[in-house]
Design a binder for this molecule. Structure first.
Ligand code: FMN
Length: 362
């Protein structure tokens, strides 16, 4: 059967359908457990959580499902060596974004406190809590960490946006590699070259990686239904990861406005921008993202830009100024149909099975 792939075996799941983890409070225990209970792999994006919060989430997931699930972290979570920026850099960002602060009637914020990487402490919790699957982006794991995961029975999954990154992940011995195409919603998880120079579509990237790398590959980006799953499998994928389609379901932690945006005409237009976080990410095109094209030099590095922009976001939500807010989402959103995760899963499985049955009967 189409779903008996190396990825299903490694992950211990029935169907090689991964619900993409969402960082920044968009994941939910409900969505993770719904997908895992339906035979796929639910994923929780935990990179903004404290170690204590990760423990709590992990315990909640373990209560909600006895099936495998995934917790996701960011290996690199800061783009500035000491977590700080110069006063000059900060003044530049203030000048660039001042019109928006004026528009919504709030004062320019103070310079954010220096950011301290959270990854090491979060990783300790992962090794302690032993989720069945640990996926990560923005880097590779050391031999020692991978060995510790192996000893604890934690399957590891790393994300690549280029063939070079897939080769780098492969050489470390991860269990699975995500081929993350530029169609995807959320951040581009590039770690060898700039995200702007790592713009390859999912189906090209998948084929390049399959050609050169032995580790099983999961296709991610621009897949939202059974036809997409069948196409990815036909090109050699061992599974698929879907983000936008699951983000739009009631079980995710996206706001109602966000979910409606993904089902609206606005979703026809998406932009890759650094304006909201300092790292390149795809969301529904906003006025702010459009205004900021070619003004990247004035942005703060990740994650300080997020902290700076969060002031605008908070007030813009109160004032319902939706064109100042980034609604994360990928290019595939206009084909979305399902608002419940169980229905989405059922439809993906039925459609993929029907597709392969039909091929077999030809
Ligand atoms: C809002 C949002 C947040 C995301 N956050 C993460 C994350 O923290 N870690 C990660 O590995 N992938 C993250 N992703 C990527 C997804 O897990 C998945 O690979 C991607 O959405 C697949 O492409 P699609 O959106 O076209 O389905 C995020 C995606 C979205 C839409």
């Amino acid at each position: 059967m189409w779903y008996e792939t190396k990825a299903s075996k490694i992950l211990g799941i029935e169907y090689p359908i991964l619900q993409g983890p969402f960082g920044g409070s968009l994941s939910s225990v409900k969505l993770v457990s719904t997908v895992s209970n339906a035979g796929g792999l639910g994923g929780y994006g935990a990179y903004t959580l404290s170690p204590e919060e990760i423990i709590k989430v992990d315990q909640q997931i373990k209560t909600a499902t006895n099936k495998p699930y995934n917790i996701n972290l960011w290996v690199s979570d800061s783009d500035t060596p000491d977590g700080n920026v110069t006063d000059e850099q900060f003044k530049q960002a203030q000048a660039l974004f001042k019109p928006y602060f004026d528009e919504i009637g709030i004062p320019l914020p103070e310079k954010p406190a220096p950011f301290k990487s959270r990854f090491e402490n979060q990783l300790e919790v992962i090794l302690h809590q032993k989720p069945p699957v640990f996926s990560f982006m923005f880097g590779v794991l050391s031999d020692d960490i991978l060995e510790q995961c192996r000893r604890r029975g934690i399957a590891t999954v790393g994300a690549a946006t280029t063939l070079d990154e897939a080769i780098a992940l492969d050489s470390t011995g991860v269990d699975l590699i995500i081929a993350s195409g530029f169609e995807a919603g959320g951040h581009r998880p590039s770690f060898l070259a700039s995200a702007e120079s790592s713009i390859t579509g999912t189906f090209v990237l998948l084929q390049l990686i399959k050609e050169k790398v032995k580790t099983p590959v999961i296709a991610a980006g621009g897949i939202a239904n059974g036809k997409g799953v069948a196409a990815a499998l036909a090109l050699g994928a061992d599974g698929v990861q879907m983000g936008t389609a699951f983000l739009a379901t009631e079980e995710s932690n996206a706001t109602e406005v966000h979910r409606e945006m993904l089902f609206s005409d606005n979703a026809k237009y998406t932009t890759l921008s650094r304006a909201y976080t300092g790292r390149l990410g795809r969301g529904i095109t906003s006025r702010l993202a459009k205004d900021m094209i070619y003004k990247e030099h004035g942005f703060l590095p990740f994650p300080l830009q997020t902290q700076f922009i969060s002031h605008i976001r908070k007030r813009a939500i109160e004032q319902e100024k939706w064109d100042l807010i980034l609604f994360w989402g990928g290019q595939i959103a206009p084909v979305l149909k399902h608002r419940k995760a169980t229905e989405l899963m059922k439809s993906i499985l039925d459609e993929t099975t029907a597709y392969f049955d039909q091929l077999g009967s030809r």
